[in-house]
Design a protein around this ligand. Structure first.
Ligand SMILES: Cc1ncc(COP(=O)(O)O)c(C=O)c1O
Length: 380
């Protein structure tokens, strides 16, 4: 295979010719390879009426293999879901909650990781940790655990501060104490290379539309299948069963033994085609190389912002952050700053009065320099 250089990668992101795009923690742009893959599916559906089930399923299984490589887990533990929330809902519905149970969760997680617990588990006691406490270490979780703690539900990387938490320590603790561990990984996956086979998480979920550079409306779910005997049947449907063909519809089919059983009905094939192409790009470039570039660019960004006297919310240590750098000038209206940046062709996000800047591996140091130069002008 010919080497996938940065120059070649940048050609797959036409956005680089129009703007400096540093908002991967919001929405990742689609590489043109993903657009081609999805277009291939759509063209066939238009011209031939449909894409053969076996053909579409072959792409699904190949995408499952790539997802497994991304996570460092077995393909049998991977399911496709709509988004992060739908994976969290599967976790909530599968866990055998009992009266008197408690759940440890984040007070200031992104709402995708708070609303479902609040809405679906009104009878379960909630115990809260904050992103700041988690940034200091996992003890804040350990302190809250007792014999009635059924689950711990955390973000891997905080959507606002960009802090990355020590999930291995928490996962090991949860496994040791027989506690389910649910992880929202959307702000880390695709930016940081991490092996989830030894993390001790029982459910890891991420929507595809950010750092994975896939379309919105498709997500991935890892399930620790060793826990399957303890899970309640949930989100199961006709395609949770094994079908060889669709001639004999009424003979009961056996339930899949893999995480694919959580794919209850007809899949979002277009999304999976796009996700597959996006994952191929990340894997071809190399997950370690992707992480190294993200680290380098965010490190450079951090230094330039510090030198320009910006207050930085994101922890400094490499292992405590991922692809987000969050900053502000306390006496400036950062919403206005963000709007002026956007007008000048520099895209990031404004959250809670802070500027959240999130470059990806295909961005360059020169773009970082231009971004900070422009930021200094508009925040003067
Ligand atoms: C930490 C986190 N979780 C989840 C989401 C999105 O959830 P969903 O994929 O269900 O829309 C976001 C989006 O900003 C997020 O930052």
């Amino acid at each position: 295979m010919r080497e996938l250089t940065l120059e070649k990668v940048r050609r797959l992101f036409p956005v680089t010719r129009r703007r400096v795009y540093f908002n991967h923690a919001g929405t990742g742009p689609l590489p043109s390879t993903a657009v081609r893959a999805m277009h291939g599916f759509i063209r066939k559906a238009v011209q031939e009426g449909c894409v053969a089930y076996s053909e579409a399923e072959a792409v699904v299984e190949n995408t499952r293999l790539m997802t497994a490589r991304l996570l460092g887990v077995k393909p049998e533990t991977v399911a496709f879901v709509k988004n992060t929330t739908s994976g969290i809902i599967i976790a909530i519905g599968s866990i055998p909650w009992e009266e008197g149970d408690n759940l440890i969760m984040m007070k200031d997680a992104f709402p995708a990781n708070t609303y479902p617990y609040q809405l679906l588990l009104p009878g379960v006691e909630k115990r809260f940790v904050t992103a700041l406490e988690l940034t200091e270490g996992p003890e804040c979780v350990f302190r809250l655990v007792d014999e009635r703690t059924r689950a711990v539900a955390l973000d891997w990387v905080h959507f606002l501060s960009g802090a990355r938490f020590d999930i291995n320590a928490i996962g090991a603790f949860c496994q040791q104490h027989n506690i389910f561990f649910i992880l929202d990984a959307i702000q880390g996956l695709g930016a940081v290379n991490h092996n989830f086979s030894s993390t001790g998480a029982d459910f890891v979920v991420a929507g595809g539309g950010k750092w994975l550079l896939a379309p919105q409306g498709i997500g991935i779910l890892y399930v620790n299948m060793k826990k399957l005997p303890r899970l309640k049947p949930f989100n199961l449907g006709w395609l949770s069963a094994h079908w060889q063909e669709f001639n004999d519809i009424f003979t009961p089919k056996p339930l899949k033994k893999t995480a694919a059983r959580f794919e209850e009905g007809t899949k979002n094939y277009i999304g999976i085609y796009g996700l597959g192409a996006a994952l191929k790009l990340l894997l071809d470039f190399g997950l370690e190389s992707v992480e190294a570039r993200v680290r380098q660019l965010t490190g450079q960004l951090r230094e330039l912002l510090k030198a320009a006297d910006f207050e930085i919310m994101t922890p400094e240590a490499d292992e405590k952050r991922a692809g987000i750098i969050t900053c502000r000038k306390p006496d400036r209206d950062m919403a206005a700053v963000g709007a002026q940046l956007e007008t000048a062709g520099f895209v990031c996000a404004v959250r809670e009065g802070w500027l959240r800047i999130s470059p990806h591996f295909y961005n360059t140091g020169e773009e970082v320099e231009r971004f900070v130069h422009q930021l200094k002008i508009v925040a003067r």
